[in-house]
Design a protein around this ligand. Structure first.
Ligand code: EPU
Length: 337
């Protein structure tokens, strides 16, 4: 384990922003992580997982700790259920594909989400009708005050839409070191209600899909809409879908009767930010080397060496324009540094 100076973070963030870290270290075990914390008490620290949900707008004047904890262990297996502990530094999609290769069900709708296993609980990743919390058993996290590992159950994590305790009161206080998943071993429950999955399975001419088929359908849908970060820098959805009150939605509907929406509760309605951004005219717009993706307006993209601060400015322009046109505030989903 070696602390390096002045390292470019470009390979470590899926937006592909080229900013330097003052210091950088990659840790491969919990012991190494604890050593770094106990021997560098006076240094500011910055935790880096898969780098898939962040926009870097300036050099990081801190010791960047790259979490490279690897491995997965089957903790228990019964006739119907398996508990698997996966270390934080494992790539999310590779873990999902490994689970599918063992015929363990539950994560197939979450195929191809970028990032690492350790950061998946922080924003309760979700796609196509499934969220991480649906198959999350618990996670282990290093308490940065006591340098002891603590366990958080599903309930402890207070999961919500792209939200958890790790974005709220536990923010900055813990590092998730591993996640335990509860997956099915047979009689898998399939989640194919999400419109695009049904039509993709029809396209594939599959009438009785397996969990592996659902994963293939999800991969096909994502590849058709979302840019591959290895080709075009991006961080997935840049904004969260706003939740507004019923009365606010009625006003929106008077001006935009076609507005898509999902009912969240008796008084709450979710409106797709992608639709708001597209209607405001931003979809596919480029500003030199960055812009708004042409197939999914919720995704901001770095075409070639864009600066994080320019992408941040674009995101603010979008937020202000949406507010002016629709009187709706949209919030960034990615973390901005
Ligand atoms: N829409 C548009 N224009 C666009 C994009 C979307 O009009 O450019 C409208 C369409 O009416 C569409 C609706 O928005 O029917 C919903 O679009 P989509 O199914 O693509 O989902 P989304 O709400 O835009 C969310 C997640 C995605 C996730 C998909 C599928 C958030 C912030 N984003 O996007 O998550 O993959 O659902 O479940 O909740 C991510 O978090 O990085 C991410 C990609």
């Amino acid at each position: 384990m070696q602390i390096l100076n002045n390292i470019s973070l470009k390979p470590y963030n899926t937006f592909g922003i080229d900013v330097a870290a003052k210091q950088f270290v990659s840790v491969a075990s919990i012991e190494e992580l604890i050593t770094i914390y106990s021997t560098n008490k006076d240094l500011d620290k910055f935790i880096l997982g898969g780098g898939s949900n962040m926009l870097l707008t300036k050099p990081i004047d801190a010791l960047v700790i790259h979490l490279n904890l690897k491995g997965k262990t089957i903790l228990s297996k019964t006739e119907h259920q398996v508990l698997i502990e996966c270390q934080a530094g494992e790539n999310w999609h590779e873990f999902v594909q490994w689970a599918l290769s063992q015929d363990f069900g539950g994560l197939e709708n979450l195929s191809l989400i970028p990032g690492n296993v350790g950061t998946s609980p922080i924003q309760n990743i979700g796609a196509y009708g499934v969220e991480l919390k649906d198959n999350f058993h618990s996670c282990n996290a290093l308490n940065l005050d006591t340098l002891k590992i603590e366990t958080f159950t599903n309930k402890d994590c207070k999961f919500g839409y792209r939200n958890s305790i790790f974005k709220q009161e536990a923010k900055g206080k813990y590092i998730i070191t591993s996640v335990v998943f509860s997956l099915s071993t047979k009689n898998h429950t399939l989640h194919t209600n999400y419109g695009a999955i049904t039509s993709e399975l029809e396209n594939m001419q599959i009438k009785q899909p397996t969990i592996q088929d659902v994963s293939k359908a999800v991969i096909a849908i994502r590849e058709s809409k979302l840019p591959n970060p290895k080709e075009i820098g991006n961080s997935g959805s840049f904004f969260k879908n706003p939740v507004i009150s019923k009365s606010q939605f009625k006003v929106l509907q008077q001006n935009f009767p076609e507005a898509p929406h999902y009912i969240v509760s008796d008084d709450q309605i979710k409106v797709p930010a992608g639709w708001l951004i597209e209607t405001a005219g931003f979809k596919g717009k480029t500003f030199g080397n960055y812009g708004v993706h042409k197939k999914q307006a919720l995704v901001l993209v770095n075409y070639d060496d864009a600066k994080g601060e320019d992408i941040l400015k674009l995101s603010k322009l979008i937020q202000n324009t949406i507010y002016r046109i629709f009187n709706i505030s949209i919030e960034a989903e990615v973390n901005i540094f």
